[in-house]
Design a protein around this ligand. Sequence first.
Ligand code: Z16
Length: 828
Amino acid sequence: SIPSESRQVWQKFGVKEFGGKEEFQQEFIRHVETTLARSMYNCDDLAAYQAASQAIRDRLIVAWNKTQQEHTTKDRKRVYYLSLEFLMGRAMDNAMLNAGIKDITKSGVADLGFKIEDLLEQEPDAALGNGGLGRLAACFIDSIASTNYPGWGYGLRYQYGIFKQRIVDGYQVESPDYWLTFSNPWEIPRYEIQIDIMFYGYTRKYTNDDGKVVHVWEGGEQVQAVAYDVPVPGYGTETTNNLRLWASKPTREFDFEKFNAGDYESSVRESQKAETISAVLYPNDNFYSGKELRLKQQYFWVAASLNDIVRRFKKTHRPWKEFPDQVAIQLNDTHPTLAVVELQRILIDMEGVEWDAAWNIVTNTFGYTNHTVLPEALEKWPVPLFTNLLPRHMEIIYEINLFFLQKVEKMFPKERDLLARVSIIEESTPQQVRMAYLAIIGSHKVNGVAELHSELIKTTIFKDFVTIYGPDKFMNVTNGITPRRWLHQANPKLSDLIATKVGSYDFLKDLNLLKKIEPFAHDPKFQDEWVTIKKFNKARLAAHIKQSNGFDVNVNALFDVQVKRIHEYKRQQMNVFGVIHRYLSIKAMTEEEKKEATPRVCVFGGKSAPGYYMAKTIIKLINAVSEVVNADADVGDLLKVVFIADYNVSKAEIIVPASDISQHISTAGTEASGTSNMKFVLNGGLILGTVDGANIEITREVGENNIFLFGHLAESVEDLRHKHRFSDVPLDPNLAKVFNAIESGTFGDPNIYGSLISSVTGSDYYLVSDDFQSYLDAQKLVDQDFKNKDTWVSRSITAVANMGFFSSDRAIDEYAESIWNVEPIAME
Ligand code: Z16
């Protein structure tokens, strides 16, 4: 630490946050001329983006330093959000808005000859996630900072984010997303924070001088974890939290030996192998694939994070039993479940804590969030693979399981089957480690992400654990979204309009204040402004479509949007079948009837996992339908079909504010929550959806007149599936017409769609046929209601006014209060 006489010099020259426009410009030019070694003669948009982001970065770092110092000094409990995905999107606009410096920078760069919008476009998305789960993590860390909680995110610094999607001949083609081509101004490399991580090797035990049995794990391969810190600025607060992402690097020892022996090539190969651990994000959403590299990623990230957390705790010199008073760790899905085992290992093997005391600490530290009930998404690792990669962890899991099963047997001595059902080890060939069970047993709270979903996990996949632990261990925290990005940033005009009625921008911190616009739902002037903004946002999307797809869409048409990962359970196939049905209806219309019809633009977007054949077929069908429909002169403006390639966070910011209707039409009981449903409604679009996930709570908040619901309820799904399996269920007649059109070659070679059609005509697992008529009825209602502009806009306003509950700030407060037991720290 610095001697006190030197501190004065430090204080005199300590970096301050820039205040006004001129200070920003000074910093901007300094970065152009020194950081980038350029000048006003060769500064293009990219260089200007880089210079502006450097200036903003400096400001964030000042606030980051101050926050971290404050949190360390106050020494209160912190929360750590462990997520294998953080789907952050772009950082610059968010940083400016949260720090309240957008006006300064905007006019600052304008004076220097640049448009801020052009600079923002230069930034690549940080696309370190697949979909809802990753974006939720991004919204959560924004809320944790904005509500002044001391909290860090921990994740992996993938060199390749989710793949980029192009459409070639109607098919999805993937290419790598190497997003770090230009240095990333939003990260601070911490080369000094290096943590050794081991894989493989063997275990051995010995009795030490005190007669204690000590377990050692040794002889494995080593890699190093290097920290990269991403500042997370809160909105309207100086609090700037940290997202720490780990990158894998070879350890020095590991290449030295071979290098010295002259075997340069293989020494380099070894080091490249180490770097592959954090190289690429697995591109599956709601699907588990048991690859060894994925388990390596999980352990690498978990071990580095826990080492970091434990090191920070040890600096406080508290006894171990106080660990849960200082540390809360949230497991975002089962991906970080190894953390439970790793903490137990650190405590018993490295720190000499007794098993029971250690296990108490562990279970009081962790909370586990479940995001799905789909069986194909639940992680199970084959015991042989696990034992080979992490031998000591496997031993500890056996111990955890043994103690747990002994407890269960004592509680329910007569229930022999129960033990097999709840065992962490599934007795299959090979045996499997059930990660969700391990996460439940290792946590003090387990939560689902919307009410229905939280009920479902208690009555289906985790039923036995409710019997064992009682219902209090299981709870619901309905997901939320950050209104900063999803209203203020994506839809600045709407945010400004709302502010005129609320009287300030306070609704961005207290979203329930949106209620204040409800009295204006029928106010003609307010309605007018509302409609004008929606039209502006539709025109902005239309311009994007023109640029990316090459054709015009009518902004007066109803914009009907379904953008999300492509998955059979999300039922994009039902949507496109509905579009075909609409097309066939239009073809059968008289000119008189056409005048009465509501024109539609059907927008699709989303990525398929590269190996997901059925999802890829759905994309192909959407594009085939788009080609035929858009070129059909009989149809004209009545129907346009658009597939927007490479759907990502920054595209969502353009698409979401432009919807009149968005579709959230999963088979009831399959979508845990959904979060884009919240984003669309917050931006004045209405939902066409099933009684599933958060749609149910959105209905409760906005009122059932302001949402279009259809389809069977979750409670009927099992029976319906049973009927399909054991009897002949006739195909819905309208769907039959659609299939006839496809099979007769209306959309090209019908063979392409054979398996897609037979998935419905066969077992129809997702109940497309069962829900189809109800879906068409709801669509018809949408068409009719959209013609009544007055009621439509008042419904839109009323819906937005009642969306306060869906702020991720509310979700974070619930986690903080009932799971983490952490409190906000006001900055001094
Ligand atoms: C994911 O995005 C989700 C669940 C899951 O098990 C894995 C992934 Cl990658 C999604 C849910 O499907 C969605 O309903 C939910 O809103 C989201 O997680 C956030 O909870």
